[in-house]
Design a protein around this ligand. Structure first.
Ligand SMILES: NC(=O)c1ccc[n+]([C@@H]2O[C@H](COP(=O)([O-])OP(=O)(O)OC[C@H]3O[C@@H](n4cnc5c(N)ncnc54)[C@H](O)[C@@H]3O)[C@@H](O)[C@H]2O)c1
Length: 253
């Protein structure tokens, strides 16, 4: 098992899509997990699901827009698990939070919302986890679920793309600043994944994907497990792209 004996906090792990796939796979790979989510019922259901498969999981509810809640999530993880080895940030998106519109139509408060739920909380969670990792002196691994919008154009999702680009920048700096402490940070950058926010893939969109289909949450989860685990011990400050080949497709096909 790739995460045997590891203690992990998954923020947004109650989700129906990628978050739930991550927590299920973390449980199956031997990690003990604290599952944090805005929706307490989702967090509890996700923890029950991990336990039903023989894993160890504890739910905690909180809002990533609140610094106090974020710090409480990390504290809950340290107290429930006896320490922390892995932080995963899953919460994010644009259309789930504000309307998708062109940049000139975007309301200022919507831009702030996208900042709060995609980048500000990640930076805060990372800072808080870093303090724990440094105090423990046992290293740590941070994985953020990112997006191809972080390095490609993001029509009608400008703010989202900017924030996902910011996460990659953060990972690079964490890599440089904390490598000597055995702390790594990487990004699993997803393309079109079949989830609640991407329920109805159109033929037109699928035609743009070289591998000819939307990705699965489980495929993103597998990348998160790899980046969180010691199997990727020599990788830091990087992104692993899961996009069916979209980002490497050139004008000739
Ligand atoms: N679905 C896609 O096609 C796709 C593509 C690229 C990247 N992503 C990224 O994957 C991640 C997960 O997306 P998903 O659509 O699979 O969602 P998901 O099903 O994993 O759900 C995310 C969870 O976040 C929780 N959440 C929302 N706001 C919160 C808050 N303020 N505080 C705490 N928890 C909160 C929700 O309750 C939900 O349980 C996001 O970062 C998204 O940007 C998704």
């Amino acid at each position: 098992m790739q995460l045997s004996g590891k203690r992990a906090l998954v923020i947004g792990g109650g989700g129906a899509g990628i978050g739930r796939a991550v927590t299920n796979l973390f449980g199956a790979e031997g990690a003990a997990v604290v599952i944090a989510d805005l929706d307490p019922a989702r967090a509890a259901e996700a923890a029950d699901q991990v336990r039903a498969s023989g894993g160890t999981a504890y739910p905690v509810s909180g809002d990533v827009r609140s610094l106090a809640d974020l710090e409480a999530m990390v504290t809950a993880a340290v107290e429930s698990l006896g320490g922390l080895d892995i932080l995963v940030t899953v919460v994010g998106g644009q259309v789930a939070f504000v309307p998708a519109v062109k940049l000139h139509e975007m309301a200022d408060e919507d831009w702030d919302t996208i900042y709060e739920v995609n980048l500000r909380y990640v930076a805060r969670a990372v800072r808080t986890a870093l303090r724990v990792f440094l105090e423990q002196g046992t290293g740590g691994s941070i994985v953020s679920v990112g997006s191809v919008t972080g390095f490609m154009a993001a029509p009608e999702q400008a703010a989202y793309g900017v924030m996902k680009a910011g996460i990659l920048s953060l990972a690079r700096t964490v890599a440089a600043e904390y490598a000597a402490n055995g702390i790594r940070m990487n990004v699993a950058a997803a393309g079109a994944i079949a989830t609640a926010v991407n329920t109805a893939p159109t033929d037109e969109w699928v035609d743009e994907i070289p591998l000819g289909r939307y990705g699965r949450s489980e495929e993103v989860a597998a990348a998160v497990v790899h980046l969180a685990s010691d199997a990727s011990a020599y990788t830091t400050g990087q992104q692993l792209v899961l996009d069916g080949g979209v980002s490497v497709r050139g004008p000739f096909g």
